[in-house]
Design a protein. Structure first.
Ligand SMILES: NC(=O)c1ccc[n+]([C@@H]2O[C@H](COP(=O)([O-])OP(=O)(O)OC[C@H]3O[C@@H](n4cnc5c(N)ncnc54)[C@H](O)[C@@H]3O)[C@@H](O)[C@H]2O)c1
Length: 354
């Protein structure tokens, strides 16, 4: 492998992957391609360059920017407007142009250079209504999936890849699912190898979390810098649950996928913290209090938020069966690692304080 392009390479996921690959693939050029749309991504540019990764300022909406990269051997497509609330205000253009058309432009340039692609998709491709109506028990600090479920692909292990796909899934989820469908067509029509990872919540250092995306970093930042928080929806209970995967665990999987592409060939996998690493907002608060030693005001808000769901747990059994991969760094490690990064790294705290 001579050259790997990482789109969205100055973002949370992309920058961490780029730096990790640059350490492992000594004679390979690693390019981080990004238009710096996400606030905070600009802070990753010097970090990328310090770690030997070349940064290219470009836009996936513009196919010429992608073609200008020249021939490469693999693309990891991490660019996105990743907020689940994106487009809800009425302006859907950026979301659709980046997440759908951008992904297709990426597939086109991969086709041109005969390069395989690893696509970062999301658990948000699964429709909301069956997730809202799944069987949960309400425990003291969280909702929990019951072992008896009446929906295909749903069990106490979480949500599997054969979960039914009918129904609305949020504008964000819709763009990612539409991209998945088109990438499937590129696989079929042009024999372009594409692996799709449907990730649950991803978390770790260098995530510039905000209320609608990057919840772990956002929650810790509020505790570090005394900002108020809200438990939104679900009776203001804070019992909604997400699985959370440490970025290091995702990188381990990406490396396996690069090393043995045939093993993962042209398939779609759910990839997340699973039952091993998950938290409700209430539990997240407890962890943040422990690590920061600070208590902040958290107010309940009864009104449900657009596209919210009570629980998402990735059923990782397919990917584990395929290659043995499992998450290893649990939610406690995630919180400690983010806290350390947030408080130790010059410049980062000012971004969260604002
Ligand atoms: N972080 C999560 O919890 C999570 C969960 C599931 C899936 N994902 C997926 O993982 C990928 C990476 O997400 P992330 O958390 O790193 O988000 P991020 O916002 O940190 O990174 C995305 C990067 O894409 C860049 N970008 C946006 N529009 C672009 C454009 N038009 N052209 C070029 N670059 C553009 C942004 O500037 C940013 O640096 C996304 O595809 C997202 O859908 C993320």
């Amino acid at each position: 492998m001579k050259k790997i392009v990482i789109t969205g390479g100055a973002g949370f996921v992309g920058s961490n992957i780029a730096i990790a690959l640059n350490c492992d693939y000594e004679n390979c050029e690693i390019i981080a391609f990004d238009n710096l749309y996400r606030k905070g991504s600009e802070l990753n540019v010097p970090r990328l360059e310090l770690n030997g990764v070349e940064f290219v300022n470009g836009d996936v909406r513009n196919s010429q920017d992608l073609a200008n990269l020249g021939k490469f051997d693999l693309m990891i497509e991490c660019s996105a407007e990743p907020s689940v609330l994106a487009g809800k205000g009425g302006d859907t253009d950026y979301l659709i142009q980046t997440n759908l058309h951008g992904a297709i432009n990426c597939a086109d340039v991969c086709r041109k250079f005969d390069a395989p692609m690893i696509f970062l998709s999301t658990s948000r491709v699964y429709p909301i209504e069956p997730l809202v109506n799944c069987e949960v028990s309400e425990k003291e600090s969280r909702f929990e999936l019951r072992s008896s479920q009446n929906i295909l692909g749903l069990s106490e292990h979480g949500i599997a890849e054969d979960f039914p796909m009918n129904g609305a899934r949020s504008l964000y989820g819709g763009t990612k699912y539409a991209a998945e469908i088109m990438l499937g067509e590129y696989r079929d029509a042009f024999s372009l190898p594409i692996v799709i990872n449907r990730c649950g919540v991803l978390a770790g250092p260098w995530q510039f979390g905000k209320a609608d995306q990057g919840i772990a970093a956002f929650w810790i930042a509020a505790h570090c810098f005394n900002k108020p928080l809200k438990y939104i929806g679900f009776g203001g209970s804070g019992k909604q649950v997400r699985d959370m995967l440490h970025i290091d665990d995702l990188i381990r999987l990406i490396k396996l996928q690069i090393a043995e592409p045939a093993k993962f060939a042209n398939d779609t996998y759910n990839v997340g913290g699973g039952n091993f690493s998950s938290a409700s907002l209430l539990e997240l608060t407890g962890l943040c209090r422990d690590v920061t030693g600070n208590r902040i005001e958290i107010t309940p808000e009864l009104e449900m938020r657009y596209a919210d769901i009570p629980i998402y747990i990735s059923d990782n059994r397919k990917i584990t069966e395929c290659c043995g991969w499992k998450p290893e760094k649990n939610i406690e490690i995630i919180i400690k690692d983010i806290y350390k990064w947030m408080t130790d790294t010059p410049g980062v705290n000012t971004l969260f304080k604002d």
